[in-house]
Design a protein around this ligand. Structure first.
Ligand code: SAJ
Length: 433
C-alpha cells in the first residue's frame, strides 16, 4: 500500500451534515480540538440558534461547549454545505411503516455534499445504517464520477456509539470502529479519528462496521426483551418481577437487565429491524425480541385500565414521557404511547408530567406540574424514571394506587405490575396496618 499518510495533507476543515444528537456534539468536539467546523442542517431555526451559540437539544455540557466554540469562531452553521477536508454525514435513518429502512436523509445529504467533494477528501457516514449503505448509497451519490474511491477520495462508515446523556464523554472515550470502503480509506480515516478519540480506533471493512453497529443495538434489545418478558411472566404468576431479577442477578453468571414500560428511542427500537430486513431468514430471535418489547406498552395499559375501572371517575397521573430518564427525546417513546392509549380508552382523566416536555413534544397530552399531578391523581403511574421522580419522598404517594413500571420506588411495599394473585396486587400505598 502507498504511504498515504505522507500523500494526503492533514485535515483542517470539517463539514458536518446534520446537527442533531450526533452531528452537533461531534461538531463541537472537533471544533474544540481546533478544526474549523461548518455544520449544516435543513432546519433554519436550528442553524440560527447554533450561530447565536445556543443549542436546540438537551445534553449535559453541550450548551457550554457550543457557546465556547461558536464564540471562538471554530464552529458555524448554515443550511448549505461548503468545501472541506472531511465530510461527515450524521442524519437520521428512520424506518418506514413496514419497518424497512428509510434512507432518504442519507441520500439527500450525500447528494448535497457531492458538488463540494474534492481530491484528498474524507467522506464519513456516522448515521446508523443498513448493511451496504456506505458502498451502495454514499459512494454513488456523494462521490463525483471523476474521483476514484481509495485513491482520490476516502470513504468510510464509522458508527456513532454514544449514549444520550453521556455523549460528550462517550464520543471521545469510547472505542470506535472505522470501516473503509477500501483498505486505504480505512487507514486514512482511522488516522483522522485518532486525532480526537482517546479510545481505540479499530479498523475493519464498511459492511462489517455496519453490521457491528446494528448488532450492538440488537444485542441490547434482545437482552431488554428478556427482562420485559420475564416481568410479564412473573407478574401473571403473582411475583414481583424486580425482586425475581434482583435475586437471579445474585448468580455469578446472570445479569438480567431492567424491565420497563417498553423500549423506545430512535436507536434500539429501530435498528434491529435493519438487520431483520437485510437478513430475513436469519433474524428470528431479533424479530421476536422486537415484538416482545413492542408488546410491553399494551401490557401496561391493560394493567392500568383494570385498576382504573375499579375507581369512580379515576384520575390517572403519568410520570415521564421521554423514552428514558433525564433526556428530552420523545421519539418512539413507550411512555408517551401509553399515555396516548390511556387517553383514548376514556376511563377517566389522564394527566402527565415530564420535566423535559412542552406542548410541541406531546400535543394532546394534558401536562401538569408534579405537585398538581400528585394532588389530583388516584392512580400514579411511573413511566420514565427521571431523577426528580426517583427522588420523590414516598409519603407524597400516601393513599394513591401506585404502578411503578421501572421498579425505582424501592420502599416496601413495592406495588408494581402485579397479577391477580400477587400479595401486593393493586394495593394502596402504604397498606392499612
Ligand atoms: N431500557 C430498559 N431496560 C434497560 C435498559 C434500557 O427498558 O435495562 C430501555 C430504555 O428505557 C429506553 C431503551 O431501552 O427506552 C433504550 O435505552 P438505552 O439507554 O439502552 O439506549 P439508547 O437508545 O439511549 O442508546 C443506544 C446505545 N446502544 C447500546 O447500549 C448498545 C448507545 O450506545 C448507542 O450509541 C445508541 O443506542 C445509538 O445511537 O445507536
Amino acid at each position: 500500500m502507498p504511504n498515504l499518510n505522507s500523500e494526503i495533507s492533514t485535515p483542517k476543515s470539517i463539514c458536518i451534515m446534520g446537527l442533531g444528537y450526533i452531528g452537533l456534539p461531534t461538531a463541537a468536539i472537533l471544533a474544540r480540538k481546533g478544526y474549523d467546523v461548518h455544520g449544516v442542517d435543513v432546519r433554519v431555526e436550528v442553524v440560527e440558534k447554533i450561530n447565536r451559540g445556543e443549542i436546540h437539544i438537551h445534553e449535559p455540557g453541550l450548551g457550554e461547549l457550543v457557546e465556547e466554540v461558536v464564540r471562538a469562531g471554530k464552529l458555524q452553521a448554515s443550511t448549505t454545505p461548503r468545501e472541506a477536508d472531511v465530510f461527515f454525514i450524521c442524519v437520521p435513518t428512520p424506518f418506514n411503516a413496514d419497518k424497512s429502512p428509510d434512507l432518504s436523509y442519507v441520500r439527500a445529504a450525500s447528494e448535497a455534499v457531492r458538488p463540494y467533494v474534492r481530491q484528498g477528501n474524507l467522506v464519513i457516514l456516522e448515521s446508523t445504517s443498513p448493511p451496504k449503505t456506505t458502498q451502495e448509497t454514499v459512494v454513488p451519490l456523494a462521490i463525483p464520477e471523476h474521483l476514484q474511491v481509495g485513491k482520490d477520495v476516502f470513504v468510510a462508515y464509522c458508527p456513532e456509539r454514544v449514549l444520550p446523556g453521556r455523549i460528550l464523554i462517550e464520543a471521545v472515550e469510547n472505542d470506535r470502529i472505522v470501516g473503509g470502503v477500501t483498505p486505504a480509506c480505512t487507514q486514512l480515516v482511522q488516522k483522522f479519528y485518532e486525532t480526537f478519540v482517546t479510545g481505540a480506533v479499530l479498523p475493519t471493512t464498511a459492511v462489517a462496521a455496519e453490521i457491528t453497529k446494528l448488532a450492538e443495538n440488537a444485542f441490547r434489545d434482545v437482552n431488554i426483551a428478556y427482562a420485559n418478558e420475564l416481568s410479564m411472566l412473573a407478574d401473571d404468576l403473582g411475583a414481583d418481577p424486580f425482586e425475581v431479577i434482583e435475586l437471579a442477578n445474585r448468580h455469578p453468571r446472570v445479569n438480567i437487565l431492567r424491565p420497563g414500560p417498553g423500549v423506545g428511542g430512535h436507536c434500539i427500537s429501530v435498528d434491529p429491524w435493519f438487520l431483520a430486513h437485510a437478513a430475513p431468514n436469519h433474524s428470528s430471535l431479533i424479530k421476536t425480541a422486537r415484538m416482545v418489547n413492542d408488546s410491553k406498552p399494551q401490557f401496561v395499559v391493560d394493567k392500568v385500565l383494570k385498576l382504573a375501572r375499579e375507581i369512580e371517575s379515576p384520575v390517572i397521573g403519568c410520570l415521564g414521557l421521554a423514552y428514558k430518564p433525564d433526556v428530552d427525546d420523545f421519539r418512539e417513546s413507550p411512555s408517551l404511547e401509553i399515555v396516548i392509549q390511556l387517553q383514548k380508552a376514556c376511563v377517566g382523566e389522564v394527566l402527565a408530567c415530564d420535566p423535559y416536555a412542552g406542548p410541541m413534544h406531546c400535543s394532546g397530552v394534558t401536562l401538569v406540574s408534579l405537585e398538581e399531578l400528585l394532588r389530583q391523581s388516584d392512580i400514579v403511574l411511573l413511566l420514565t424514571d427521571h431523577k426528580p421522580f426517583c427522588e420523590l419522598p414516598v409519603n407524597l404517594l400516601q393513599g394513591k394506587q401506585v404502578i411503578d413500571t421501572r421498579g425505582v420506588w424501592k420502599e416496601e411495599p413495592r406495588v408494581v405490575l402485579h397479577g391477580e394473585n400477587s400479595r401486593e396486587s393493586n394495593r394502596a400505598w402504604p397498606p392499612a396496618a
